[in-house]
Design a protein around this ligand. Sequence first.
Ligand code: SF4
Ligand code: SF4
Length: 98
Amino acid sequence: MTADPAGVSFGERMATVEFRVAGNAHITVDADVCASCTTRECVTACPANLFAETADGGILFNYEQCFECGTCYMVCNKEGAISWSYPQGGYGVVFRRG
Ligand code: SF4
Ligand code: SF4
């Protein structure tokens, strides 16, 4: 895995973050809307790499390691593709010291 300019790999950075995963997703992605998206901004913009293109042109999304930064919602140019909210109280990202 590649390291950033500070010499810290993506995996090492992710390992410094703890998540309390809620049973229900706080972000959902509408595959029908995404099917006509040719730009796929979410895939390159999500800092946690939670969006992935599938071989058949779909989008795979996993909410469990979400930083709650809102970037995907901001960069997506398709109305209704992403439904975004914060996780329910007590769940979500918990930063801890590296
Ligand atoms: S979430 Fe938005 S940017 Fe990502 S594939 Fe769907 S429509 Fe495109
Ligand atoms: S809120 Fe941020 S970390 Fe979570 S899925 Fe969107 S871009 Fe990725």
